[in-house]
Design a protein around this ligand. Structure first.
Ligand code: GSH
Length: 191
């Protein structure tokens, strides 16, 4: 979210939420997202009839792109493709990556090496889809879009587990391109 806000040049303040301390369950945060999960935004734009509290990373990314009129094609097939990749990043790649993380950090009860192998292979399948999408183009749907910005943190966080640099050369080059965008490396650099 911070990356998208920075790239769009929208004025904002990032407020870290200490989840280990349960801050997401405190009243001041629940007023913004009653589901007690990050990310969430509070848009106090005076042009709005009232401040907008919004959760779910996909909804937030779409809202910010539409607000700024950038990072999302406005109509037709280009927009549909960008939405497809946004959903693919958030509903395929991200859950697979989260399970790999949980498996490797002892957060899945009864975890075995076989199950970890299954989870690793599942993530690898989704990463291969992204690798294929980047054949012949710099970003997932041609121009930079919120789909790239949804996928980038997932790829960065699983960089070593999934052996991105060695196994997915186009994805690694793409990540370097995203990392080189203004302000991105200061927020989330490549490992
Ligand atoms: N589908 C949601 C997932 C949000 C979510 O599960 N966030 C996690 C952190 S990645 C969270 O805040 N969990 C609540 C907790 O840790 O108590 C989204 O994309 O925003």
């Amino acid at each position: 979210m911070a990356i998208t806000l920075a790239l769009l040049g929208l004025p904002h303040r990032v407020i870290p939420v200490d989840r280990a301390a349960g801050e997401q369950r405190r009243p001041h945060f629940l007023a913004i997202n009653p589901a007690a999960a990050v990310p969430a935004i509070l848009d106090r734009d005076p042009g709005l009839p009232q401040p907008l509290a919004l959760a779910q990373s996909g909804a937030i990314l779409l809202y910010l792109a539409e607000k700024a009129g950038r990072l999302l094609p406005s109509s037709g097939a280009p927009r549909a493709r960008a939405l497809q990749w946004l959903m693919q990043a958030l509903t395929d790649v991200n859950p697979a990556a989260s399970l790999v993380f949980m498996g490797r950090h002892g957060l899945i009860p009864g975890m075995t090496a076989e199950t970890q192998g299954f989870l690793d292979a599942r993530l690898a399948r989704f990463l291969r889809d992204a690798e294929a999408a980047l054949d012949g183009q710099d970003f997932l749907v041609g121009d930079l879009s919120v789909a790239d910005l949804a996928l980038y943190p997932i790829v960065v966080h699983r960089w070593k587990d999934a052996d991105i640099a060695a196994r997915y050369p186009r994805l690694a080059d793409w990540a370097a391109r995203v990392a080189a965008l203004p302000g991105v490396a200061a927020i989330l650099p490549l490992p």
